[in-house]
Ligand binder design. Structure first.
Ligand code: OXD
Length: 308
């Protein structure tokens, strides 16, 4: 019997207002423990990798670490191949896909300027119906978004590292075909993980390929987009507009030029709010503790080599 089987001792760290995660560990059959006695850690802080690194250095026999977010770019420096790493991959896909759709519709139908207007104005906007949509990334958010887009009859191209066919998509292509996939795109949605390969993947050259009235929606990470290039593209009408739930820098400082652009809609990284996340993450933690206890494969495994 491995140490994990039976009722694994799991520490939920850093300690704080996280009783719901303690409860999820118990519901999965685990025992909530101090880190000294634990073989697994549920890490709750999406940014503080240094403290986790320190704990792991002092407790090398931790077998499994569960991270809270889908994006794990802050933890690249502490990932190792000595233990199992899991993250929130797929956990928040539905709320984030819903936000991507909301930003796309709001942007393309002109709701940004209409919502800011203080007097009656004229017609603006374009359809999402039957639009050419290109989605960057082939994970859970993309799968959910493709499902949500079904009634709009869009022509969907997905660009992903492993170009396997995906239901609801006209084509799935590899990263080397990114430029062809962006050419003439009327909606581009970025739902990628942030890695060195995907940092700055959308800049002036890429915006120049999109349809002139095309919209960019970013629900990945701000650093996927070269912000200064985006400001220029929005100012000069190279693309129709941008809906951003993530920005670089983030938080976007007061007075940043993006705030003043009428063709830019910004939401403060709320594709997945804490209220939405709590039940979803609790269920993932419960399921993974149960799987860990049973010696089964865990959900949301991190590919340590690829860094996501
Ligand atoms: C995530 C996020 O990565 O919510 O999970 O941004």
């Amino acid at each position: 019997m491995s140490k994990a089987e039976g009722s694994p001792r799991i520490s939920v760290l850093p300690r704080g207002q996280r009783e719901w995660l303690d409860e999820a560990v118990r519901r999965g059959g685990g025992i909530v423990s101090e880190v000294e006695d634990a073989i697994g850690i549920v890490w709750t802080d999406p940014r503080d990798a240094a403290m986790l690194g320190q704990i792991l250095a002092e407790k090398p026999d931790i077998e499994w670490v569960q991270l809270p977010f889908a994006g794990i770019e802050n933890f690249l420096g502490v990932l190792d191949k000595d233990r199992i790493w899991t993250c929130g991959k797929g956990v928040y896909a539905e709320p984030v896909a819903e936000m991507a759709l909301a930003l796309a519709l709001a942007g393309m139908r002109g709701l940004g300027p209409y919502a800011r207007a203080t007097e009656w104005s004229g017609p603006i906007g374009r359809n999402l119906l039957r639009a050419r949509v290109t989605v960057l990334g082939g994970g859970g958010i993309t799968e959910s978004l493709v499902r949500l887009l079904g009634p709009w009859n869009c022509e969907i191209t997905v660009v992903r590292r492993t170009p396997v066919p995906m239901q609801g998509c006209a084509r799935v292509v590899g990263p080397q075909e990114l430029h062809a996939a962006l050419t003439g795109a009327e909606l581009v949605v970025c739902a990628l993980s942030l890695t060195p390969e995907t940092t700055g993947i959308l800049g002036a050259a890429e915006f120049g390929l999109m349809a002139e009235d095309g919209w960019l929606v970013n629900v990945g990470r701000g650093a996927h987009v070269v912000t200064d290039d985006l400001v220029e593209a929005l100012r000069n009408g190279v693309i129709g507009g941008a809906g951003l739930d993530v920005t670089d820098p983030e938080p976007l400082p007061t007075g940043h030029p993006l705030w003043d652009l009428p063709n830019c809609i910004i939401t403060p990284h709320v594709g997945n709010t804490p209220d939405m996340a709590v039940p979803l993450l609790a269920e993932r933690v419960r399921a993974n503790v149960a799987r860990f206890a049973a010696g089964e494969a865990l959900l949301g495994l991190v590919d340590v080599e690829a860094g996501y």
